[in-house]
Design a protein around this ligand. Structure first.
Ligand code: FAD
Length: 468
């Protein structure tokens, strides 16, 4: 008897609790992927995510084929598709992993109820988190709103996870009625603006394992300080792999467990903790994908975004070099270094006073690691509207940030070629330097919004808000 293994954001064969559950049931695992972006509501996957998913699904299919099976791809209504597959094959069960995006979570609950009623075994497992969002709670059994106590509680309740190798062989099934071709799902951008991505990334389970191996060997030992340096490859680059479930977070922790020094390793695992926290917050406060966590900011005087200014931010032409470098890195590779994400987000929400929605949406479309939990948390945190807010209203100074974290202007020079000809020390704020020192070509000679003015505007808008 077949058991459907419904692949979603868990595109791997190792450490796959749903696949393991199917194998344990004694039934024959039937790997299925259903393309149903219309079921993800206002946050259907963006273009860069789709481009990644296309390649990750192809990699999963290849891995399945090397074991005698393959990925059966469908497009349409998820519930109807699962029911039709069960009817066509006699499948008695469906196994999958939970997702915590509010819309998907609701859909899945309804699917599970209906499948149960139809006599199928329908089981959702944890496949993506170290902790289920409800496994960590305050003493009063409430959700956490601040990271540090969340992480302390999490460390004290560390769950056991099982590591499994991929099954060496899996049964084959005939082509099923209604199957679609991966190439026909329209996941690849047209025109192909993503081609540059694939110099930087290799989607799929092997790509994830290689990224972890490289990080463990070359960068982990310097992670604590190195993670803030956008000019050096000192972070793991695992975010898209984790988002698509090409590697389980507990595998990451296990593989690093024996690597010294321990304090660097703990610093890294703590960042994985932010990912856990983001999912905890999304689960308990699902409205925050669209609404401020802190309602005090509902009256904040956001500026009506001027289309030219917004476009300048999106495509890296604001005249603030570190901001432009970040936004061009995004366009070119589908990813931005975390430190620079904070700087570009702060510039948009504080200096330009544009609502964080605009930034979150752009990231959502362009990031290969676009993740509703992490993106929402990141934007609300920088905007000052979210959980774990700083006690004061932080306005990052992009010039000071650049001088501190990209001291030689190497990151800026990499992504803003117009500034390669100016002395390194001048790249952080080229408007402060006489033009004679270097030709900046058509690069904006001044920031679109003066930094001091922008900062004042944000602080004034804050002062106009009613206290809580
Ligand atoms: P590493 O430093 O190697 O960290 C390891 C892993 O820990 C990451 O892969 C990620 O899964 C997790 N992690 C690290 N920092 C954070 C964090 N602050 N919040 C949540 N998880 C974290 N991350 C996403 O995965 N998707 C997003 O859509 C996303 N949007 C963001 C938007 C803004 C405005 C900001 C400020 C941050 C956002 N982040 C997002 C968090 C962070 O920038 C990325 O996870 C990180 O840059 C990924 O690079 P890495 O894998 O090399 O990180």
């Amino acid at each position: 008897t077949p058991a459907i293994v419904w692949f979603r954001n868990d595109l791997r064969l190792r450490d796959h609790p749903a696949l393991q559950a199917a194998l344990k049931s004694g039934m024959a695992p039937l790997p299925v992927y259903i393309h149903a972006p219309h079921e993800e509501g206002a946050w259907k996957p963006g273009a860069a995510s789709d481009a990644w998913r296309h390649r990750s699904l192809a990699a999963l299919d290849a891995d399945l084929r090397s074991r005698g099976s393959r990925l059966h791809v469908f497009a349409g209504d998820s519930l109807q598709t699962l029911q039709a597959i069960a009817a066509a094959t006699g499948a008695a069960a469906v196994f999958w992993h939970r997702r915590h995006e509010p819309c998907v979570d609701e859909r899945d609950a309804a699917i599970r109820r209906t499948l149960h009623r139809g006599g199928l075994r329908a089981e959702a497992h944890n496949g993506s988190l170290l902790f289920e969002p409800w496994q960590v709670a305050t003493r009063n059994d409430a959700p956490f709103r601040v990271f540090t106590p969340f992480w302390k509680a999490a460390l004290a309740a560390w769950p056991r996870h099982t590591l499994n190798e991929a099954p060496p062989s899996l049964p084959a099934f005939e082509r099923l009625p209604g199957e679609a071709l991966l190439g026909h799902l329209g996941l690849q951008p047209d025109p192909r603006w993503d081609t540059g991505f694939w110099d930087a990334w290799r989607p799929g389970e092997q790509g994830a394992a290689d990224a972890l191996g490289t990080f463990a060997q070359r960068a982990l030992h310097d992670y604590r300080d190195g993670r803030d340096r956008p000019d050096q490859p000192l972070t793991s680059g695992l975010s898209p792999h984790l988002h698509f479930g090409e590697i389980a977070p507990w595998r990451v922790v296990a593989e690093l467990a024996s690597i010294e020094p321990a304090d660097q390793r703990f610093a890294y695992v703590r960042e994985l903790g932010w990912r856990e926290f983001a999912h905890h917050v999304l689960h308990h406060f699902p409205h925050t994908t669209d609404a401020n966590f802190n309602p005090r900011f509902d009256d904040f005087d956001w500026a009506e975004p001027d289309p030219d200014t917004l476009r300048a931010w999106k495509f890296g032409r604001t005249g603030v070099p570190i901001v432009d470098a970040g936004m061009r890195q995004l366009t070119a590779t589908g990813w931005i270094h975390n430190r620079v994400r904070m700087v570009v987000a702060s510039y948009l929400t504080k200096h330009l006073r544009v609502h964080w929605h605009h930034g979150a949406r752009w990231f959502w479309d362009r990031l290969v690691d676009a993740d509703l939990a992490n993106n929402t948390l990141g934007w609300q945190w920088v905007a000052g509207t979210g959980v774990d807010a700083a006690p004061y209203f932080r306005v990052f100074n992009p010039v000071l940030q650049a001088r501190r974290f990209d001291p030689d202007g190497a990151y800026i020079a990499q992504w803003v070629p117009e500034l390669r000809g100016v002395p390194a020390a001048a790249r952080h704020a080229p408007w402060e330097v006489p033009r004679a020192l270097g030709d900046i070509g058509r690069y904006p000679p001044q920031p679109v919004v003066d930094l001091a003015e922008g900062r004042r505007g944000a602080l004034d808008a804050l002062a106009r808000l009613k206290p809580i």
